[in-house]
Design a protein around this ligand. Structure first.
Ligand code: ADP
Length: 590
């Protein structure tokens, strides 16, 4: 055998081409041609893109090993067909007409021609193009080395015709099966990509998991996935995207345009820069990248979502003859949309996470400021209160001077309450101030808070009622925090309820949470006020409420405490009809 060329010829892995049954059928045709008509060698080739690959070889082991899977440019075969004698479905090119270069494309038997005018010459070519049902050439049946050493006579030629029909039928079926298998592979790749893309939040893992489905689905030898950085979000990419950065940057322009046009860019040596997708510079950058990664053809697939171009996928094949079919091109775009959506989702999540940590940082900063200012105010305020008390104790101060000192005393008391509340707020607002919360029994805390309220309630002739279960009620809350919430709610109830009414406190255990209810028969809260009740410094415009001293921070503190323990606080009220505050806190899980 002579090959004539030192360049490696493209080759496909025949075992992965079509299914076993179809290949067996082709092998049967090839061996029948050889056996029944008396030829040593029969080869069936299939057209894929611009090459023709030998998918079934009947003949010596040497011929099979040399030919199986090997490519022949379709253009060369067509040129030979032009020069051929018409033998019906078969075409014969006598060796003297065979162009020199065609010797590089097939099997040249090591054979001495017999001494006869009809002798078969090693370079004679006997080939039959095979077509699909719309007349497109899908392959070739080629036979060589007649047993008797002579060119086939009329009877042999007639028989050959019948085998062409069989070979064509078998090849059509195999091609259809191969196309079907390719579609199934693409669909499977798409299904797996969607599953990975929707089951994970981490972008790097999504891209990594998509590698195998893409390489398998597209029968690719190379894959690079790259998503672009935007704002504070970094770019991401699968491990093999190690192309030089300047090339990736240039290719990016083409990917952006390709996304707007919803097209892929096919890159190979034969291609021309397509201005509508890639500028010449971008196209040549892609060609350079292709050479670096040792590929013969590449497909640049844009990644995106909506109007946004988010990255690109590069698929490569070593064999330049294995063209990207229209199905593969549109399938790649579909898959790229799914990956694009995953990129967008994970970016949104990352942005949210960044925002949450920024908000947490701000919340910590705010409580630090609050706490510093409040501490700074506390010392001078204590000094003022101390001096006011000394002055108050002086019996020589009377009349308007005494009245002034009394209002000074009230003002400093108010400021002290405000500073105290601000200090508490600083603590409960700091997301970092709450450690691991251990479950505790709510009953003693409830009873103690009630006892502390009793004096103030009796002073206003209010009846306190309590309803707690006669057993421990475990709740997930810091004891000091629970006490603060109850004290605030009970002191408000006392403050905002006229004489001789009832205030009740009950504790109810539900499955997953514990409910604390503080109910009064007081002045009530208007619908409008309820909407702003738990915001800092809110005080009602109701004159009856304003008459009572307060900072407008008590309920804010309650809400912060409850929420940071994973609970909630709600109010039911109507003006003049009393108010009910309900606090829900999580019960420990059993
Ligand atoms: P403070 O009582 O110190 O003003 P809070 O945050 O505890 O601050 O309460 C905010 C406002 O909500 C109060 O000023 C009052 O108008 C209203 N409020 C709170 N609790 C009650 C209640 N039990 N009945 C009627 N109004 C209430």
């Amino acid at each position: 055998m002579t090959d004539g060329s030192s360049l490696p010829r493209p080759q496909i892995d025949v075992t992965t081409w079509s299914d076993v049954g179809s290949r067996d059928a082709l092998d049967l045709v090839a061996s029948s041609v050889a056996e029944m008509i008396g030829f040593e060698i029969a080869i069936v080739s299939v057209v894929r893109g611009e090459q023709m690959y030998a998918v079934s070889v009947e003949g010596s082991n040497e011929a099979t090993a040399a030919m199986l899977g090997v490519a022949t440019p379709v253009s060369m075969v067509l040129a030979e067909l032009e020069r051929a004698d018409d033998w019906g479905r078969f075409r014969f090119v006598p060796h003297e007409r065979v162009q020199a270069d065609v010797r590089t494309i097939g099997w040249v038997p090591d054979l001495d021609p017999v001494d006869s005018p009809d002798a078969w010459h090693p370079l004679d070519l006997l080939i039959a193009p095979l077509f699909d049902d719309v007349g497109t050439m899908i392959g070739l049946l080629s036979i060589d080395v007649p047993m008797g050493g002579l060119r086939p006579g009329p009877t042999q030629r007639q028989m050959l015709e019948r085998f062409v029909v069989q070979a064509e039928r078998a090849l059509r079926m195999a091609v259809e099966r191969d196309e079907l298998a390719a579609r199934i592979r693409l669909a499977e790749a798409a299904r797996r990509v969607v599953r990975f893309a929707t089951s994970q939040d981490d972008l790097e893992s999504v891209l990594d998991d998509c590698r195998h489905p893409l390489l398998d689905g597209f029968r690719a030898d190379f894959l690079a996935i790259r998503t672009y950085s935007t704002g504070s979000l970094p770019s991401a990419g699968s491990p093999s995207s190690n192309l030089p950065e300047h090339l990736v940057e240039t290719i990016r322009g083409a990917a952006r345009r390709a996304w707007t046009q919803q097209r892929v860019l096919v890159v190979d040596e034969r291609g021309q820069p397509d201005d509508s997708v890639a500028s010449p510079e971008e196209f040549y950058a892609a060609l350079e990248a292709m050479a670096i990664v040792g590929m013969g053809t590449m497909m640049l697939v844009p990644l995106g979502a909506g109007h946004e171009s988010l990255g690109h996928v590069i698929l490569g094949r070593k064999d330049p003859g294995l063209l990207w079919s229209p199905d593969e091109q549109s399938g790649a775009l579909d898959i790229a949309r799914d990956i694009g959506q995953a990129v967008l989702n994970s970016r949104t999540l990352l942005q949210e996470q960044q925002m949450v940590s920024e908000l947490r940082r701000l919340a910590t900063y705010k409580s630090q400021v609050l706490s510093t200012v409040s501490h700074e105010l506390k010392n001078p305020l204590s000094a003022v209160s101390g001096y006011v008390e000394i002055l108050e104790a002086d019996p020589s101060i009377t009349g308007s001077a005494r009245r002034s000192i009394e209002s000074l005393h009230r003002a400093s008391r108010r400021m002290e309450r405000l500073v105290d509340d601000l200090l508490v707020l600083a603590v409960v607002e700091d997301p970092e101030s709450l450690g691991q919360v251990e479950p505790m029994d709510a009953v003693p805390v409830v009873l103690e808070a009630l006892e502390l309220t009793r004096v103030a309630a009796e002073r206003r002739h209010l009846t306190l009622e309590v309803d707690v279960p006669g057993r421990a009620v475990p709740v997930c809350c810091e004891p000091g925090d629970l006490d603060r919430v109850l004290t605030n709610l009970l002191s408000n109830a006392v403050k905002y309820t006229p004489q001789d009414r009832v205030i009740s406190l009950s504790l109810v255990q539900h499955d997953a949470e514990v409910e604390l209810v503080v109910r009064d028969q007081g002045i009530g809260i208007s619908h409008d006020d309820q909407a702003r009740l738990f915001t800092e410094f809110f005080r009602s415009t109701n004159p009856q409420a304003v008459a009572q001293p307060g900072t407008g921070l008590g309920l804010t503190i309650c809400r912060r405490i409850v929420e940071r323990h994973g609970g909630r606080i709600v109010v039911e009220s109507a003006l003049g009809e009393g108010s009910t505050f309900r606090v829900f806190l999580p019960a420990p899980s059993v």
